[in-house]
Design a protein around this ligand. Sequence first.
Ligand SMILES: C[S@@+](CC[C@H](N)C(=O)[O-])C[C@H]1O[C@@H](n2cnc3c(N)ncnc32)[C@H](O)[C@@H]1O
Ligand code: SF4
Length: 465
Amino acid sequence: MAPRLLPVFPARLEQPCEVIADHARPGPRYTSYPPATQFSARFDPAVATRELTSIGADDDIALYAHVPFCSQLCWYCGCNVTATRDRSRGTAYVDVLLRELELLGDAFSGRPRVVDLALGGGSPNFLEIADLTRLLAGVRRHATITPHATLGIELDPRDTRPDQIDALAELGFRRVSVGVQDFDERVQTTIHRLQTAAMTRAVIDRARARGFDSVNVDLVYGLPGQTPQSIGRTLDEVVRLAPDRLAVFGYAHLPHLRPHQRLVERAAPVPGVAERIELLRVVMDKLADAAYVRVGLDHFARPGDPLARASVTGRLGRNFQGYVVHRTDRLIGVGASAISDTGHAYWQNHVDVEAWTEAVNAGHLPIARGVALERDDELRRYVIMRLMCEGRLEFAEVEARYGIAFTSAFSRELATLTREHADLATVDRTRGAISATPLGHHLIRNVAAVFDRYAESAASGSPSI
Ligand SMILES: C[S@@+](CC[C@H](N)C(=O)[O-])C[C@H]1O[C@@H](n2cnc3c(N)ncnc32)[C@H](O)[C@@H]1O
Ligand code: SF4
């Protein structure tokens, strides 16, 4: 019998703007549960050590290395980055990454298998080829990169040389994610990121010619200066680049945390909720017309792409990188600000490169904050992640996994969904399931928030559309 396929998130935004705006509430993006706002400096590093020690020979892990450097700062950027032209900082940084990998190697009780390796940032292309090579050799000293592991890297097309792409291919990288954001010149001027389509195509073509089999493009909607017409032209250009996947992020404007974002507001006002919805509507229509499948809330992929397949077979996962094909429950992050997630705890490294360096050089895991999950957190995390990935939840699945009676454990939440969120999710007690409505899929974070024990304290997150 053919496996039952899950329904996908609706490809288009059919609802009127006012209806969506009326329901949208700010909140976490649920790339983790508990949300990162609950990570605490009181987290006991011994918990992390215990978790790492439980990783033994032949256990599968995903490894993420954060490279926090870019050769110039984009004014909209919300990532943890330092802008510098001094490439020697990359070499010094990799020296510390190698020492951090040694600390991890000492903590593991055996040699794990890396099934997924991702370099993100910042812009990992900031690293010279020799440093990228040293980094991969360092990983191989403490873990086995399996023959079928996926190796991916984020590249800034404005700053990536052809010989770097060739070297990455030699090192086994087959996935690339390039930042585009917007191709409109006026918008690019406003956000301080000048990048032609030709520049972007050169990187993508080179990567494909060297054997990369997955190209992702990042876009941002809700940027100052964007109009439905301008973003439509950007999408036409992007579709011509024929990426395998796209991640389409709503602009997170948080100038109190990223003061450089004030430079963005000076040129043009930041679009409000209604304008954001209209921009997103154009993006989704263009991608649906080009036959991309919507994956979760904000990713899109060609129908045969592994991410698109995972979204219908129940193998979609969600972590700090966004939606991913779920290959393992353990994600280990190295580098400044990197987050690790073992299913039982999250911890984040020091964001500040100096503090991270100092801790590693002193021989400590460079942890700044984290959270150990209680059983209730683990249960809610499962519920929230299924909703975020599939827009639905079968009670029996949760009951089998956690040995609870769903309707009594979550009676308050089910009542809230029925009473206050009926437009967003239907609760079908006879079939033992929750399903997001078409509107609820677009506002799935609001549905998930009903199951979030910390929702009150986290209600000031980014806009939910
Ligand atoms: C690490 S960057 C990608 C690689 C490379 N640094 C580049 O920009 O080409 C990660 C992505 O985060 C997204 N991003 C950055 N700042 C953002 C913000 N304030 N709001 C929403 N998305 C943002 C952009 O789409 C960006 O491509
Ligand atoms: S968007 Fe990318 S290139 Fe621009 S500053 Fe942020 S991380 Fe660097």
